[in-house]
Design a protein around this ligand. Structure first.
Ligand SMILES: *Cc1c(COP(=O)(O)O)cnc(C)c1O
Length: 439
């Protein structure tokens, strides 16, 4: 980064600071990961200079002979890895990918169904504040008290509202997604089934989570979560999808451009191709298997410290802790953990009575620390650190009253970031992390 250092020392220093931060902490936000240096190098290439509106061999601009090859390689690798007949690799990220699917399959006002955000769904699955919940008629399902998809409710709602699109695959769901059950319901009402596997793609590739490709018509995924690539997304149509509507691929292509986007980010497309190559290796399969082993080990250890895990545990890469039995709010816990060198996020729990900014839970994931080479043995240490950090803030209850809470929270925040015991844990974690280099 010699040039950056010369041109813009301020940004250079910030990049270095972020690099250090990512090295020194346990990065446990389940949607995050460390990409390979090969992916990072690809993002920083001259491919970022090119305009390529359109698709391979059908561009609006000249000079795309090289970019065409890059995009075709990305498409071919995705088709091969996931066994699909059609893929679009141009969506800028996961949210626009889902928007494109809606645009391709629905008219404004048509009905779609997805899981509520507060129960583990994504913004783009019909949240009233999101475009998916304003331009379309969004009917949302939730989970049972135990945090499991309530298929009885899903079926009842589907039969009643006859959605054109049903979305499954979630953001904060610690259990296996039963795609076959969703397909049965979607087929019964003639709906298109979209499996948004953003969080679990790496696990599906590794064979440690059931695959949606025989059941869904369309599959979307981000490329930067467990797939460990650059930020970006894939939209795939399955054989079942093309059978239902042979034009589905064409409709998605036009929804991306001219529907929603202009020129693709060719440097990103190339980096997606690189990550797909990496994901096709035996070592990536091992990586996916280790993510699940680590989550299970972490869940077990947290259980012994009396943590209440939503659904009782985890089948995948993430754990949702209901902190109410500890008397600690999710916001307080997340800040305490960050101070202790563990980066996670506050999260709602099923039927949470607290607002989204002060939810009752905490979401933790193992994809990034597994990339660093941590295994079951290390998860025991991680659980102990989490336990000690939460213990430090057990006396800091937040008032229910909104105004009162504001003042108290401000005071707590100041105390937490100066807490000596938390800072001591952060030091321990920093030296522990040296043994597990980032890629
Ligand atoms: C992360 C995620 C997305 C959105 O991805 P962005 O790249 O943040 O836009 C969509 N769906 C699900 C299920 C996700 O987890």
């Amino acid at each position: 980064m010699i040039n950056l250092k010369k041109t813009d020392p301020q940004i250079y220093e910030l990049v270095k600071a972020e690099e250090r931060r990512q090295k020194d902490v346990l990065e446990m936000i389940p949607s995050e990961n460390y990409t390979s240096q090969a992916v990072i190098e690809t993002l920083g290439t001259v491919l970022t200079n090119k305009y390529s509106e359109g698709y391979p061999k059908k561009r609006y601009y000249q000079g795309n002979a090289v970019v065409d090859q890059v995009e075709i390689i990305a498409q071919d690798r995705a088709k091969k890895l996931f066994g699909v007949p059609y893929v679009n690799v141009q969506a800028y990220s996961g949210s626009p990918a889902n928007n494109a699917v809606m645009m391709a399959t629905l008219k404004p006002g048509d009905t779609l169904m997805g899981l509520k955000l507060a129960f583990g769904g994504h913004l783009t699955h019909g949240l009233p504040l999101n475009v998916s919940g304003t331009y379309y008629n969004s009917v949302q399902f939730q989970t049972t008290k135990d945090g499991l998809i309530d298929f009885k409710e899903v079926e009842e709602l589907a039969l009643k509202h006859k959605p054109k699109l049903i979305i499954c695959g979630f953001t904060a769901y610690p259990r296996v997604v039963d795609f076959a059950k969703f397909a049965k319901i979607a087929d019964k009402v003639g709906a298109i089934l979209l499996a948004d596997i953003s969080h679990i793609t790496g696990l599906i590739v590794a064979g440690v989570h059931p695959s949606p490709f025989a059941y869904a018509h369309i599959v979307t995924t981000t490329t930067h979560k467990t797939l460990r690539g650059p930020r970006g997304a894939l939209i795939m149509v399955t054989d079942k999808g093309l059978k239902k509507d042979p034009d589905l691929g064409k409709k998605i292509d036009s929804a991306i451009i001219p529907g929603l986007q202009g020129g693709p980010h060719d440097n990103q497309t190339a980096a997606i191709a690189v990550c797909l190559k990496e994901a096709s290796t035996a070592s990536f399969k091992k990586y996916g298997e280790q993510i699940v082993k680590n989550t299970k080990a972490l869940a077990e250890a947290l259980h012994t410290y009396g943590f209440d895990l939503v659904s009782g545990g985890s089948d995948n890469h993430l754990i949702l802790i209901d902190l109410r039995n500890k008397g600690v709010n999710g916001a307080v816990a997340a800040l305490a953990l960050e101070t202790a060198g563990i980066v996670a996020n506050k999260n709602g729990v099923p039927f949470d009575t607290m607002p989204p900014f002060f939810p009752s839970g905490l979401r933790l994931g193992t994809p990034a620390i597994t990339t660093r080479g941590m295994k079951e043995k290390e998860m025991k240490h991680v659980a102990a650190w989490i336990h000690h950090a939460i213990e430090e803030v057990e006396s800091l209850a937040l008032p229910i009253d909104k105004e009162e809470r504001k003042g108290v929270w401000k005071e707590y925040k100041g105390d937490i970031i100066k807490n000596k015991n938390l800072l001591k844990i952060a030091k321990e974690i920093k030296s522990f992390c040296v043994k597990f280099p980032v890629p």
